[in-house]
Design a protein around this ligand. Structure first.
Ligand code: HEM
Ligand SMILES: Cc1cc2nc3c(=O)[nH]c(=O)nc-3n(C[C@H](O)[C@H](O)[C@H](O)COP(=O)(O)O)c2cc1C
Length: 523
C-alpha cells in the first residue's frame, strides 16, 4: 500500500507511532516499550522519515526484531523530503550526567581556538591516543548521546577506572647499551601476520561515530595493515564491511602501496611493505539459535578469519550514562513513566534476545561446529579457571577483557587476569593465544602485556573517537601514534623484536600483591 506524507505524519505519539525507514512505513507502537534504545527515541521520530537516525545505530537486519505485521506499506517517494527529521540534538540535557570522559588520564590537547560546532581541531594536534577523545568531544563532532554511548561504563565506573590505572601499575626494567638501531614490532595474531601486536577491538554502532561507520574504520585499518574485530551489532551489514576491506586492499595494490607513506622516524621497518589487514568476527549469541547460526554462516562466507564469542555479556551491564540520556530524552517528550523506567535499565529486560543469559560451556560445541575450521576465541575471560576451561573446550584463544569496563562492576583488569593465569595455570600459555584489552592508551604499554605472555592488545574507544573526529585518516593516525610509541618503547627497553619481550623486563609486583589468591588450593 502506498501511503502519503499527511497520513504518516499523523502517527507521532505514544498511542500511535509510525516511522519510515528506507521508504517503508512501520507501526512501532507495540514495540515502543520493548525497544532496547528506549521508547522516547522512537517517539521523537514518530510520523517522520527516521532512516538517517536509524542508520547511525542499526544495520537493516535489526528490523527483524519488529513484531510481525508492523509494516503499514510504502511511503510515496515524493513525500520523503517533507518527513525528513531534524538532526539529533548535540546539546547536553539538563540532567547531570557522568558522560565525559576518561577518568584518571587526560589529554594535553591545547584549548580549541574555534567555537563549539566548528569541528575538531587540526589532526596535527593529536599526538597521543587520548587526544582523539578530546578532539571528538569538542566542536560538536559527536552528539551528546553518542558521547555518552562510547564513554559509558558500568555502574559507578570502577571497572573502567581500574582498566585505565592498571597499565601504570606495571613498570619496565629497561636494559641499556644494546644496539637498538632497527626495531620491528612485527607479530602474529591467531596465526596471521600483523605489523604490530594491537588491533581495533569490536565496537557496536559505529554509525554513531561517523556516517561511513565500519566501512570508514576498515579503510583506515587497511591502509596500515591493522587487524580489526568486527562487532555483531555493527551498523553496516557484515558482507559490506568485508567488501570494504577488499576494495581498499585492491586500491592499495593498484597504487603499489602496502607501504607506509612516510618513514618519519627513519625506521627501516616503517618503510617496508606491511602484511594485509585481517578481519575477525565478534559474535553475540542470540537467544534464538537460528539467528546465531545465520550470523556465523554470514561471517564465514564473508571471509572473516576467526570467531570471537563474547562471553562477558549474559545480560547488558548497567550503562549509567546511557540511562541518564534515555531518561532525559523521555522527559523532554513528557514521557514520565518511560523516563523512570529508563533509569532502572528498562531496556535490559527487553526481550530483544541479543544476549543469551543461558549460554554455557556446552554451547561451544555447536558454535564450533557451525564455524568449522579456523580459530575460536572467547572474549571476556576474567579469571584463570575460565582460561583453563577455554583450553579444555578446544578454543584457540581468549581475550582477557571486562568489555572496556562496561559490564561487571569492579571487574578485574586484563593485566591482573594475565598474572593470575601465569601464576595458577601457566600450562595454558603457549597452547592458548592470550589477547588482552581495556584502557590501553599508550603504544608503549602494549609491551607490558607482551612481556607477560599476551600476543596482542585490543584497542577500543580511541578508534571510535578518532573515527568520529577525522574519519579513516583519524584511524590511520591513531595507529601511527600507537605504533610509534611501541617502537620507541622497544628501543628504550633495549629490544629490537617482540620475541625478546620477556617477563623479567617488567616489574608487576604491585598488581601481583593485589592478585587473587585461593583460600585453599582449588585450581
Ligand atoms: C524501528 C525499528 C527498530 C528496531 C527493531 C530497533 C531495535 C533495537 C535493538 C534490538 C536494540 C539493541 C541493540 C542492537 O541490537 O543494536 C536497539 C538499541 C538501540 N536503538 Fe533501536 N531499533 C529500531 C529503531 C531505532 C531508531 C529509529 C533509533 C534512533 C533514532 C534507534 C536507536 C537505538 C539506540 C540509541 C539503541 C541503544 C544502543 C545502546 O546504547 O546499546 N533504534 N534497537
Ligand atoms: C562503544 C563501544 C562499543 C562496544 N561494543 C562491543 C561489541 O559490540 N561487542 C564486544 O564484544 N565488545 C564491545 N565493546 C568492548 C570492546 O570490544 C573492548 O573490549 C573495549 O572497548 C576495550 O576497552 P577500551 O575501549 O578501553 O580500549 C565495546 C566497547 C565500546 C567502547
Amino acid at each position: 500500500m502506498l501511503l502519503n506524507a499527511a497520513e504518516v505524519a499523523k502517527h507521532n505519539t505514544t498511542s500511535s507511532c509510525w516511522i519510515v525507514i528506507h521508504g517503508k512505513v512501520y507501526d512501532v507502537t507495540p514495540y515502543l516499550e520493548q525497544h532496547p534504545g528506549g521508547a522516547a527515541i522512537l517517539v521523537k521520530q514518530g510520523g517522520r522519515d527516521a532512516t538517517a537516525e536509524f542508520r547511525k545505530v542499526h544495520s537493516p537486519d535489526v528490523l527483524e526484531n519488529l513484531p510481525k505485521g508492523s509494516s503499514r506499506g510504502e511511503l510515496d517517494p515524493a513525500a520523503l523530503a517533507s518527513l525528513a527529521v531534524a538532526a539529533t540534538t548535540t546539546t547536553a540535557p539538563a540532567t547531570p550526567t557522568t558522560t565525559t570522559t576518561t577518568p584518571t588520564l587526560t589529554s594535553a590537547l591545547p584549548p580549541s581556538p574555534s567555537p563549539p560546532g566548528a569541528g575538531p581541531p587540526h589532526i596535527a594536534h593529536c599526538v597521543t591516543a587520548l587526544d582523539f577523545e578530546a578532539a571528538a568531544a569538542r566542536g560538536g563532532v559527536l552528539s551528546h548521546s553518542a558521547l555518552s554511548y562510547v564513554s559509558s561504563s558500568a555502574n559507578a565506573g570502577l571497572s573502567l577506572r581500574g582498566n585505565l590505572a592498571s597499565w601504570s601499575r606495571v613498570a619496565f626494567r629497561p636494559r641499556v647499551l644494546r644496539d637498538v638501531h632497527h626495531a620491528s614490532p612485527r607479530s602474529r595474531i591467531l596465526g596471521f601476520d600483523s605489523p604490530f601486536p594491537f588491533y581495533a577491538s569490536a565496537m557496536g554502532q559505529l554509525g554513531r561515530s561517523h556516517p561511513g561507520a565500519e566501512v570508514e574504520l576498515v579503510r583506515g585499518l587497511a591502509r596500515r595493515g591493522a587487524h580489526g574485530l568486527v562487532s555483531t551489532v555493527s551498523t553496516v551489514p557484515t558482507e559490506e564491511i568485508a567488501g570494504a576491506l577488499r576494495d581498499e586492499q585492491r586500491k592499495l595494490a593498484e597504487a603499489g602501496t602496502g607501504k607506509k607513506e612516510d618513514g618519519q622516524s627513519g625506521d627501516r621497518d616503517r618503510d617496508e611493505a606491511f602484511p594485509p589487514s585481517q578481519l575477525h568476527f565478534q559474535l553475540y549469541v542470540h537467544r534464538d539459535r537460528a539467528v546465531t547460526l545465520a550470523r556465523i554462516r554470514r561471517a564465514k562466507q564473508a571471509g572473516f578469519r576467526s570467531l570471537w564469542v563474547t562471553v562477558d555479556t549474559p545480560v547488558l551491564g548497567k550503562r549509567t550514562s546511557d540511562r541518564h540520556v534515555q531518561a532525559s530524552e523521555a522527559l523532554e517528550l513528557g514521557l514520565g513513566q518511560a523516563a523512570e523506567r529508563a533509569g532502572l535499565g528498562h531496556r535490559t529486560h527487553a526481550p530483544a534476545g541479543d544476549f543469551q543469559p543461558a549460554l554455557s560451556w556446552a554451547d561451544l560445541a555447536w558454535i564450533r561446529e557451525a564455524w568449522g575450521e579456523g580459530p575460536l576465541v572467547l572474549k571476556g575471560v576474567q579469571c584463570a579457571e575460565d582460561a583453563r576451561l577455554a583450553l579444555r573446550h578446544g578454543c584457540q584463544g581468549v581475550v582477557l577483557s571486562n568489555h572496556g569496563g562496561r559490564q561487571a562492576h569492579s571487574a578485574p583488569d586484563a593485566l591482573t587476569t594475565l598474572l593470575e593465569i601465569r601464576t595458577y595455570c601457566p600450562e595454558v600459555l603457549g597452547k592458548l593465544e592470550i589477547l588482552v584489552d581495556g584502557g590501553l592508551r599508550d603504544g608503549a604499554d602494549v609491551l607490558k602485556a607482551i612481556c607477560l605472555g599476551a600476543s596482542a592488545v585490543g584497542v577500543g574507544r580511541p578508534f571510535f573517537y578518532a573515527l568520529a573526529a577525522y574519519g579513516s585518516r583519524g584511524v590511520e593516525r591513531c595507529i601511527d601514534i600507537l605504533s610509534e610509541e611501541l617502537v620507541n618503547g622497544m628501543r628504550l627497553l633495549g629490544i629490537t623484536s617482540l620475541v625478546e619481550a620477556q617477563p623479567e623486563m617488567v616489574n608487576a609486583s604491585r598488581l601481583l600483591n593485589e592478585m587473587w589468591r585461593p583460600e585453599k588450593s582449588r585450581l
